[in-house]
Design a protein around this ligand. Sequence first.
Ligand SMILES: Cc1cc2cn([C@H]3C[C@H](O)[C@@H](CO)O3)c(=O)nc2[nH]1
Length: 218
Amino acid sequence: MSTASGTRTFKVSVEGNIASGKSTFLDYFNLSPDVEVRTEPVEKWRNLHGHNMLALLYKDPTRWALSLQTYVQLTMLQMHTKPHERPITIMERSIFSARHCFVENLYHSGKMPTPEYIVLDEWYQWLVANTDVHVDLIVYLRTRPEVCLARMYERDRKEENKVPLAYLNGLHELHENWLVRQVTVKPPAPVLVLDANSNMSDMEHVMEEYREKIMGRS
Ligand SMILES: Cc1cc2cn([C@H]3C[C@H](O)[C@@H](CO)O3)c(=O)nc2[nH]1
């Protein structure tokens, strides 16, 4: 994918569980003029023409999982395909984690009926085959679910205030299967695994190292 000015864009997706530290990690890259950071469009999911799709999901997942995940898939596709202005684009999550982590988790935890799961997968398979959603590198912020649970409650996003550890455990295992064990589907790009359990502010040196790794690969 080339930028408007014609140079090739290096595309990175930062993956990880809920409250694994992605926003903090992305903040470190927001400083560089060569990097465009594209954060997860969670505000769109919280206000779709006045409807809070995220709140609806957590209130009644079986009723609303398809609606939210269909809209997530659209907003992630928009994030992948928006014209790239800078040599490096770093995205918060991707159409891939939408499908292989969040949709999979809802389905395998019995919150999404099989026909709805198949409809989402048909859309996903067509989009991946017919649009340019490629990424060149995945950075996986690897955490223990208990660490995410504590950070999630500390962040205190109102829709998430009843999300149980079991939900984070499910998402964790799916990230591990996808990005580390690679037993289910192969990741779409090489994976850099970063241990994100310690407090992000203690990780300045690690962030610096990763910034060099990512800038070096671009
Ligand atoms: C790609 C993708 C991200 C994503 C986030 N979420 C939820 C988890 C968090 O509570 C919130 C912000 O990441 O949205 C979801 O239900 N489905 C998703 N799919």
